[in-house]
Design a protein around this ligand. Structure first.
Ligand code: FAD
Length: 392
């Protein structure tokens, strides 16, 4: 199923594509892309129509994000963080809970949501935070801690974040909430200088009292694995939309390689194009075969999230698997595209070299390779048995 016509026109994508290389080279945020995307209604793409959005399903959104990633990977990855929050609000709303409906109205008003979740040395990811969430006595919270890799740093106007409230007698509680940029109480470090995904400007954010009012506190839940719709919504929307971004990068790399081998000629073969070379043909076919499996997997999972289907104990492992397979496949496809295209792709002026740097970021996002294998092993084999058993 595609949005017909797509929300992002070919002309708009061409403009965005035209800026990607300069933004990367200058290590610059994509201000102009963001203005265009906002004007095109992209920030409210997944907001239900009754709230004034375009009402795209998650499945339709993955298609748009793949196209955007093919044009400008960093723009797509950073905007993904906003789309994840809108998707989470849909999941929570579908569960009969209106506590995140403000995300719809804010997104329609042009607000941009950043994703302030990751912390240094925190491999619990959503299941625990080392940020301190201090109650204000009126149902709100102030946050104290350091979030890393906060994409959209120069531009977010709302930041979804979480921390731990250790003040209560009931033990630690994970608090998920949204702060306003206008409210202050945070510092953004100018520390984003990476090998790829440079235009995301995913700088470190130091929360130093940033305050969320009571109506922006969307969850107080025990730390650890949870079936809460908010936690499921973050997991599902994040893993699927991330898979879409990296798949879009891989598709673009394959297209570039196909164009290159049609032009690149072989002296050995009397000047014939490399597109005739059996080894090159095999390599690109191999890349396409790998990639062919990903689209249907993303489609099926997104459709199940849209329909509120329950895949039981395999839901979370399958969601982490699509992210893992899509990002690992994207690395493999881009590498094959580069090998087939030859040494010219090693020049910084060649788009493939940028895609090669950008695609590598995929391996660092959660769920990383270790955690997805751990989740599957537990689902298949159960926990590791203490060995030798007690008493032996
Ligand atoms: C391009 C890109 C954009 C991203 N955008 C977002 C976003 O918008 N929002 C978001 O929440 N996440 C985002 N992430 C974060 C991401 O998904 C991971 O959390 C991140 O890649 C860290 O992975 P890691 O734990 O393997 O890194 P690590 O290398 O283990 O850690 C990252 C940093 O923390 C330090 N560190 C590691 N362990 C410790 C420790 N025990 N004590 C102190 N410091 C330590 C490291 O030195 C390093 O500087 C983004 C990631 C990338 C690559």
């Amino acid at each position: 199923m595609t949005q017909d016509p797509p929300l992002l026109s070919d002309d708009l994508l061409e403009r965005i594509h035209g800026r990607a290389s300069d933004n990367d080279r200058a290590n610059r945020f994509f201000d102009d892309d963001l203005a265009d995307l906002r004007a095109a209604g992209y920030l409210s793409a997944m907001v239900p129509a009754e709230y004034g959005g375009a009402g795209l399903t998650l499945q339709q959104m993955t298609r748009e994000q793949m196209r955007l990633a093919g044009a400008a990977p960093a723009t797509a990855l950073a905007v993904n963080m906003h789309q994840v929050w809108v998707g989470v609000a849909r999941t929570v709303h579908a569960a009969g809970d209106p506590s995140m409906d403000f995300v719809f109205t804010d997104a329609v008003a042009g607000e941009l949501f950043g994703f302030g979740i990751s912390e240094a040395g925190n491999d619990l990811v959503l299941f625990g935070s080392n940020t301190d969430a201090r109650p204000d006595g009126a149902g709100g919270y102030s946050f104290h801690g350091t979030k890393i890799f906060t994409s959209l740093a120069p531009a977010w106007t709302r930041l979804g974040t979480f921390g731990t409230d250790s003040s209560g007698a009931e033990g630690p509680v994970s608090v998920f909430a949204f702060i306003d940029r206008d409210g202050g109480g945070f510092e953004i470090r100018d520390d984003w200088d990476t090998m790829g995904m440079r235009a995301t400007q995913s700088c470190t954010t130091v929360l130093d009292g940033a305050h969320a009012a009571a109506d922006r506190v969307v969850r107080r839940i025990p730390p650890g694995p949870s079936k809460d719709p908010l936690v499921f919504g973050i997991f599902a929307n994040f893993e699927i939309l991330l898979a879409a971004v990296y798949t879009g990068i891989a598709r673009r790399a394959l297209d570039l390689a196909i164009a290159t081998v049609r032009k690149r000629t072989s002296m050995k073969a009397g000047g014939a194009p490399y597109a005739n070379d059996p080894d090159i043909r095999w390599r690109l076919a191999d890349a396409a075969i790998e990639l062919d499996a990903i689209g249907p997997q993303i489609d099926a999972l997104a459709a199940d999230v849209d329909d509120g289907a329950d895949r039981g104990d395999l839901w979370m492992p399958q969601l982490s698997a699509v992210k893992s397979r899509a990002t690992e496949t994207a690395v493999s496809v881009v590498t094959k595209a580069i090998r087939a295209s030859g040494g010219s792709s090693y020049f910084n002026s060649n788009e493939l070299s940028r895609l090669y740097r950008d695609v590598l970021a995929g391996i660092f996002h959660p769920s990383d390779d270790e955690s997805v294998h751990g989740a599957w092993a537990n689902a298949l084999l159960g926990p590791v048995i203490p060995w030798p058993p007690d008493g032996d």
